[in-house]
Design a protein around this ligand. Structure first.
Ligand SMILES: [Zn+2]
Length: 350
């Protein structure tokens, strides 16, 4: 099966354990929107794991029966991997999982940002459900409330024939237990097949990213004293360095820029604030699109805080001015640009 522009092709992806997946049909530039799809059926991730098998099956069966016929038919065509897993768990063979097995085998979280309630809601989708998980994905799923659908964006360049992958784990961390418990699979992505010592350092960095992000967010939420502002922006710089080391350019980078925007702009430094806002805008535009919730929210905040009119043309002119300013600053500051941007002057002295 291929879509109309052959952006992607659904079919065998050359991995023995996951059968079908999506491959790029053409060379895809980072920032390309690959897919917009509304879920056929939705539930919460905990429902799948916390409900006893029989109860789960009867609940999902009932829900499926209430779906419009054409939707139910599409849903029932999705592969059910449960019988395969049941072979490994003979104690479960007395149950049938004709319906709930489809949900468990095909559910995808709407988004992974815990702060935005991501990873809690899951759904099954005609095409999107066929995208495989990777611990180092090249695409991102996002719930778009305006479209009432999930979008998939390539956030890295993807070469023709390369597999398109997303992460299924909240915060996109590598969590074997989570994947096993919730989605019943052991990941075999390229990253997971790398030698253990190669993965260990990256694992530590990623765990550190989650911890530091939470810490930074809590600091900002609690309200920052003048002294805390220095601590917070230093913490943000350290988080930025970790994201860079791990080559993470998805929504986590956008969220970090937004945190920096909160720290510096609303507390008096409009020059840095404008730059962080523009950087955040670009990351979210790239990963989620101009009509995404994040981009629309950032635009509204920028208009309000910096007194830009709501006319799109004025907004684009304003953005262009800030981008020019940012380019000039980079030229002037050279290697010290990050210290400038992350406001080294106010970091704690010790
Ligand atoms: Zn993996």
């Amino acid at each position: 099966m291929s879509n109309s522009e052959e952006t992607f092709i659904v079919g065998y992806v050359g991995r023995h354990d996951c059968g079908e997946g999506l491959r790029a049909g053409i060379n895809l530039d980072a920032g390309t929107r690959l897919l917009v799809e509304s879920p056929l059926y939705t539930t919460s991730v905990n429902f799948l794991t916390d409900t006893p098998t029989e109860e789960r099956e009867s609940f999902v069966k009932q829900a499926f029966e209430q779906l419009p016929t054409h939707i139910r038919e599409i849903a029932m065509e999705l592969p059910n991997m449960e019988p395969f897993h049941l072979i490994q768990h003979p104690q479960l063979t007395s149950f049938t999982t004709q319906y709930s097995g489809i949900v468990k085998s095909n559910a995808i979280p709407y988004s992974l940002d815990r702060r935005a309630g991501g990873a809690e809601r899951i759904g099954i989708f005609p095409t999107l459900s066929r995208i495989n998980h990777s611990c180092h994905p090249n695409a991102q799923q996002t719930w778009n409330s305006e479209l009432r659908a999930v979008t998939i964006h390539a956030f890295r360049d993807i070469a023709v024939n390369e597999e398109i992958t997303i992460s299924y784990a909240p915060e996109a961390i590598i969590d074997e237990k989570y994947l096993k418990d919730k989605y019943n699979f052991a990941c075999s992505c390229e990253w997971c097949l790398a030698p253990a010592e190669v993965r260990a350092e990256s694992n530590n960095n990623r765990a550190e990213i989650v911890l530091r992000n939470e810490h930074l967010h809590n600091m900002i939420k609690a309200g920052l004293s003048e002294q805390d502002q220095g601590l917070a922006i230093l913490a943000a710089k350290q988080l930025f360095t970790l994201l860079r080391t791990e080559n993470i350019v998805d929504w986590r980078l956008g969220r970090l820029y937004l945190d920096c925007f909160d720290i510096v702009a609303e507390r008096g430094n409009k020059q840095r604030g404008k730059i962080f806002a523009v950087l955040a805008f670009h990351v979210f535009d790239h990963c989620e699109g101009l009509d995404s919730d994040n981009v629309r929210r950032i635009k509204m905040r920028m208009e309000k805080l910096f007194g830009i009119s709501k006319c799109d043309e004025d907004f684009l002119d304003w953005m262009e001015d800030i981008e020019k300013e940012w380019k000039m600053l980079k030229r002037c500051q050279g290697g010290a640009i990050l210290d400038w941007l992350f406001w080294k002057e106010i970091w704690p002295k010790s």
